[in-house]
Structure formats: C-alpha cells, structure tokens
Design a protein around this ligand. Structure first.
Ligand code: LLP
Length: 435
C-alpha cells in the first residue's frame, strides 16, 4: 500500500480491525458517544430554570452496549415498540425515564407498557380507550401516566420521508382536537394525563422550526391550563440535524443552539402561568450519528458508464442513501494522507461511484466522489453511520448482518457478532409434506 496512512478511529487502526473482524464492520467510538450525550446535558443543564431530561431515541441505534453507556450517563429512552422497550430496560434504563411512543400499538404493546410501568405517548382516541380498558382489566388498579402525541402541523423543511409533524402525517392528534382528547383522558379510569408530546421531523438543520414547535406546544399548555388541566411535562421529540457533508459540518446546529431555540419560550410561559413544567427531548441521530463508521472491502473496480467501486456493504446495512438520497462521506481507509494539520484524509484522484452488492440499481452508497485510486481489496469507510444504519439493516439478498465493534482509546470490544448462514435459516420451516 506504498506507505499510505491508515484511518484511525477511537485510537485504533481500522485496517487491523478489518483483518481481525472481517468486513463489513460497524465501528463505534465510545468517547464520541459520551461526548455527544454530555453536550446535551450541558446545554439543557444547570443554567436553565426548566428541568430537562434527555430520552435517547432507541430507534436510531439499539445496540445494547451503546444503550448501556447512555444508561450509565443518565439517559432515559424514547422507545417505539415492545422490542425497544426491552432493549432499553435490559441496558439498565429505568422505567420512570422511558416513554413508549408509537402510532400503532397492539394490545401486547400496551400490556408491555403497563407491566413495566413506563409512560405512554398516546397517538389517538382509539388507543386511549384501549389503554384505559387494558389498565382496568389487568387489575393492577394502577394508573398509567400518559402524554398526548400532538400533530403540530409544522414543516421542518427536510426530506419528506422524515417530516413527521405535517398535518398530512400519520403521527399524532391534530392540534385542534388535543384539548378535547385531554379532557376525555381526564375522565377515563386508570389514566393519568401528565404531558404533551410532539416530534416534527429529523435531520433538521434550521433550529427556528423548533422554536415554532415549542410556541405551538406552549399554546396548548396554556389552553389546557385555562381548562383546569396542568401538565407535568412537555416532550418536544428529537430531530436535531448533524453535518453529513463538509459544508453541513460547518453550519450544523449544536444542542446549545437547540436549547436557545426552545428554552426561552418555555421559561416565559411557565413563569406567566405559574407552572412547573419539565422538558423532555428525544435526540437520536445527534447522539449516535457521528460515533460510528461502516467499514467495507472493495470487491471490484469497474470503468463503465461511471467509475464503479463495488464494496461489500450496501443498502442491506445502510439504507439511508437509497431511501432518503442521504449523503455520507466516504474515505479509502488504507490510503489516507496527512494534510499538514495532523488530520488524515484521502488524496483525491478521480471520481468514483461507490455501490453495494445488492441486486438493485438503487444500491448506491455514494455518487461521483473524488477518491484516491482504488483497487480491489482496499477498504472504504462510510462516515457518520451511527444513526439509522445498523438499526435499519436487513438480510435482503441472503446477506447475514455484519458485526459491530466498540473502540475506546485504542481498545476494542466486539459488541455484536456477525450473523451466520444459519441465522438466515433460523425460525424457518419446510413443512413435513414438502420434504
Ligand atoms: N422521537 C420520535 C417520536 C421519533 O419518531 C424520532 C425519529 C426521534 C425522537 C429521533 O429523531 P432524531 O433525533 O434521530 O432525528 N431513518 C431516518 C430518520 C427517521 C426518524 C424517525 N423518528 C433517517 O435515517 O434519516
């Protein structure tokens, strides 16, 4: 490799990781994870009169080792299924710091919520009735604390597939019906209404939309107050964007920017109404996105209509480019050069289009990127893939999911074993009569 430098991540040479664990491989840097979480704690910490809790959105990355680190750091969790609830609990996140979200919860989901004693964000009147009935029936005689998921009708100006608070979106109860539903909740047995919840979208780079959402939510808090209903918390969801491109990295808002966009409205309103209101936020991407790279091996280089670099990771492991036209920086991990500032980067030569091994033309990871001359056997690292990477992976095309490792100051731990061919067959049966 002609003296080329290697990419180091978490103090570890990733070329060695590829040799030891094989590729594809997700590699997460523990220090970055802790730092990203702590940035939230600092931004929403001591300086505000509003008490704030950070509920990490488990859907972004549900690896147990990461959840464990966040649990120890003090995070709560936003869970969107019974499965995520169990992951969060297993990692040690206490039930009182978990909110069970979802627009389509089965009786089983609602029972799991009731049994574990977590709060539930209710997405419809239908769900509210079912929850009340189940809570009475399970005979705990226990009240279940709920929040009402609000559809605030706000455009976060992001990719349409990740805008969740538009009026046409499937999530939440329309603002103008919220008061009515809250009043209904107050009358229902075994239901204790304690908050309002919204989540307007993801990868939001303009924090002014969070101010707007906060204002709308505080209007509802005010109206409820006028109706004699005082809440304990408002949950503004997640959605803070991160820099994926080099330009975005310069301008991406920080948790502090988010705090400055949100807190003044809450402080002003709660003072005016004489309320004590807790704030909950549910960041996912901005906590895990930058912590992880996906390392893959080049299987073929082909000069055709484009200069194709075919690697061993595709949309089976990182669906974001295919699904949202998302941009991820890619580097050739065994051909990094020093830039004179002590930072490694790859010496660009020509334009390559990096594609995966999946049998679909949409399996493009990165289009027309300037990379150093690439050969079969080289390693391509896809950066910032900690959020919605592994968690959205599949076994499509008969590909077992890859391993995950955690790196920290030069040490390495395997945190998920690579799946095997056996795992592809697990739980399947060929009926006796077909044998
Ligand atoms: N809270 C709720 C209720 C959510 O639905 C989500 C994300 C979050 C919090 C966390 O949002 P974040 O801070 O990560 O933006 N797969 C897409 C993103 C889907 C987001 C779904 N909900 C992507 O890869 O861009």
């Amino acid at each position: 490799m002609g003296g080329s430098k290697h990419l180091f991540f978490g103090g570890v040479d990733v070329v060695e990781l590829a040799e030891r664990y094989g590729t594809p491989l997700y590699i997460t840097d523990e220090n970055r994870l802790r730092a990203n979480y702590r940035r939230y704690k600092e931004a929403f910490g001591v300086e505000s009169e509003i008490e704030c809790e950070v509920y990490y959105a488990v859907k972004a990355n549900g690896n147990l080792a990461l959840l464990r680190i966040l649990a120890v750091e003090g995070a709560g969790a936003d869970v969107f299924s019974t499965g995520e609830l169990h992951l969060a609990r297993y990692a040690g996140i206490p039930a009182r710091k978990i909110l069970f979200n979802g627009n389509s919860k089965s009786d089983e989901d609602l029972r799991a919520a009731l049994e574990s004693g977590v709060r539930v964000s209710v997405d419809s009147l239908d769900e509210l009735r079912a929850l009340s009935a189940l809570a009475s029936e399970t005979g705990h005689g226990k009240e279940v604390e709920i929040a009402i998921r609000v559809n605030p009708d706000i455009s976060p100006r992001v990719h349409p597939k990740i805008a969740t608070g538009l009026k046409e979106s499937k999530f939440g109860i329309p603002s103008h019906e919220v008061i009515q539903v809250c009043e209904a909740a107050e009358r229902m047995p075994n239901i204790s209404l304690s908050g309002l919840h919204c989540h307007i979208g993801s990868q939001i780079l303009d924090v002014s939309v969070f101010s707007e959402a906060t204002r709308r939510m505080m209007e509802l808090v005010t109206k409820l107050h006028e109706h004699g209903i005082d809440l304990e918390f408002v949950d503004l969801g997640g959605g803070l964007g991160i820099g994926y491109t080099r330009e975005e990295k310069e301008i991406a808002p920080t948790p502090k920017d988010l705090a400055e966009a949100i807190l003044p409205h809450i402080e002003a309103k709660t003072r005016e109404l004489g309320l004590k209101l807790k704030l909950i936020i549910e960041p996912g991407r901005s906590i895990v996105g930058s912590t992880t790279i996906l390392l893959s091996r080049v299987n073929a280089v082909k000069r055709a209509y484009r200069n194709f670099v075919a690697i061993d990771a595709g949309f089976n492991l990182l669906i974001r480019p295919a699904m949202y036209d998302a941009y991820h920086e890619v580097v050739v991990a065994n051909r990094m050069e020093e830039d004179g500032h002590g930072h490694g980067h790859d010496r660009a030569s020509e334009l390559y289009t990096v594609v995966g091994p999946i049998c679909e033309s949409g399996d493009v990871i990165a289009r027309d990127r300037r990379l150093p001359e690439v050969e079969r056997g080289d390693l391509v690292a896809i950066l910032d893939s900690g959020a919605y990477g592994f968690s959205m992976s599949s076994q499509y095309n008969g590909r077992p999911r890859c391993a995950e490792v955690l790196v920290c100051d030069g040490r390495v731990d395997l945190i998920r074993r690579r799946e095997s061919i056996e795992d592809l067959m697990r739980n399947q049966e060929i009926p006796e009569r077909l044998r």
